[in-house]
Write a protein that binds this ligand. Structure first.
Ligand SMILES: [Zn+2]
Ligand SMILES: [Zn+2]
Length: 461
């Protein structure tokens, strides 16, 4: 029964002394519970909490329970109420991060409505969340994103928590709070009232669609709020859907607009991990952070106060520092890619060699000191299969075959660089594909003749 207590009340947590010898080992040396290894214990309460809503949703679909517009509106209404009013505003920004101060009325509302999300008590939730921030991407992190999508999404909830592995965080400020204590003590009753009974009664009584209210306004709503909340621990820590790291790339959290859309603004998670006590997650006015707007409105009406904001200079300095790092990383990646694609010019030619080869039938040309063979077949990828598996530059040259033919056996540097046509960067990058060597001796790039054609370069041995 201990873990049931832990799940709901966070009242008694095992200490290191309570457990086996394995506890003394450093986290990295211990055997970490994993799905694949099956070396974990199930948290059956967590499993029920996650699977029951899902099964009811499936049953509702199987029974073809109608999903009318009024029912849809009620479902969204209660999803926003539990998700935003309860979890993102109350559980997260107020109780976990103290991002603002709230009057008694607001605290009670957050605590009661938040319980209906069926995500445990405030104290349990806030403690896990503070540990997550303190030990992000380590084994001490309850949602450790390094352990994969499913673990950080809901695996941590259905696997019994390994308290020897888990870190700890200070929750002393949550101790003597009547609202938090009351919610913890009567959590199951409050959750049943605000998460099940109230939505059922309100939606059922106003629409007369009791079955639909039961399946969609109660269970679909719980299912959606669960999944969207879990996305913050999973998706918002993954490099998907164009997610970015504008403030720091030292840990996995990312800013994701898609995630923000379904989590009432919590998707700006890279920012949030850098500045967790800011009442905003999307700090720019236009960033879609519903929770931020909601808190601002509540402040206007006097329900909360002291909204903590990180100074703009601090945020911008953080972004600029990370921007430099990102660009340096990108620069290094591009240098390495260019080096990987570089075609070495091993063979050396004199101009006489070139001419001899041309007399023998090869289509050699010189540009920027490199000897190119225009007859070399250039492999193409599958996207250009219709042109054949290889292309021949003599046939593919946009300026025509005749122009190229005129320069065979000659230095076409000046013509290539603007004498005839200032070739594009793309065209320039075809050259290494035809590179067969380098001129042994090379003059400075030839001047462009009055006719606009490059003069022939003659080099001695
Ligand atoms: Zn996170
Ligand atoms: Zn947080």
């Amino acid at each position: 029964m201990q873990y049931i207590n832990n799940l709901f009340t966070c009242s008694v947590l095992p200490t290191v002394e309570d457990n086996d010898t394995n506890a003394a080992a450093a986290p990295e040396e211990r055997e970490v519970p994993q799905f694949t290894k099956g070396n974990f214990q199930y948290n059956w309460i967590g499993i029920y909490i996650i699977t029951v809503p899902f099964l009811f949703v499936l049953l509702g679909i199987y029974l073809c329970v109608p999903f009318s517009i009024p029912i849809f509106v009620w479902c969204i209404f209660f999803a926003v109420a539990t998700g935003m009013v309860g979890v993102t505003t109350g559980y997260h920004r107020l109780f976990s991060h103290n991002a603002f101060t709230a009057g008694q009325a607001m605290q009670w509302v957050c605590a009661f409505i938040g319980a209906g999300a069926f995500q445990g008590s405030i104290k349990w939730w806030a403690r896990n969340h503070r540990i997550h921030h303190k030990f992000t991407d380590t084994y001490k992190d309850p949602y450790d994103a390094r352990r994969g999508f499913w673990f950080s999404h809901c695996g941590w909830f259905i696997m019994r928590m390994d308290y020897q592995l888990l870190g700890d965080a200070d929750v002393s400020d949550l101790k003597d709070n009547l609202v938090i204590d009351f919610q913890r003590r009567y959590f199951a009753v409050i959750a049943a009232i605000t998460g099940i009974i109230l939505p059922l009664m309100m939606a059922g009584a106003t629409t007369g669609e009791w079955r639909a209210a039961f399946f969609w306004v109660v269970w679909l709503k719980i299912f959606l709020v669960h999944q969207f909340s879990f996305f913050i621990n999973s998706l918002a820590h993954m490099n998907v859907f164009g997610a970015t790291q504008p403030y720091a790339d030292t840990t996995t959290p990312r800013d994701s607009l898609i995630c923000a859309l379904v989590t009432f603004g919590e998707g700006y998670h890279n920012f949030h991990h850098q500045f967790p006590n800011d009442y905003r997650n999307g700090y720019k006015l236009w960033q879609f952070d519903m929770t931020k707007y909601y808190i601002a409105v509540l402040k206007f009406f006097g329900f909360c106060d002291q909204l903590h904001r990180v100074p703009n200079e601090v945020i911008e300095r953080t972004a600029a520092t990370q921007g430099i790092k990102t660009h340096e990383k990108l620069l290094q990646e591009n240098i390495e890619e260019a080096q990987r694609l570089e075609v070495p010019a091993i063979q050396t030619f004199t101009m006489d060699d070139v001419k001899k080869e041309v007399e023998g039938g090869r289509k050699l040309i010189i540009i920027d000191g490199y000897v190119l063979d225009l007859g070399i077949p250039i492999p193409v990828d599958t996207g250009a299969r219709e042109l054949g598996e290889h292309l021949n530059w003599m046939d593919s040259h946009p300026g025509g075959r005749a122009l190229l033919a005129a320069y065979i056996g000659k230095d076409a540097t000046a013509a290539f660089n603007g004498g005839v046509y200032a070739h594009t960067v793309g065209a320039r990058n075809y050259l290494p594909e035809m590179r067969v060597g380098r001129l042994k001796e090379r003059r400075a790039p030839s001047r462009i003749s009055p006719s606009g054609l490059a003069t022939e370069v003659t080099l001695g041995r």
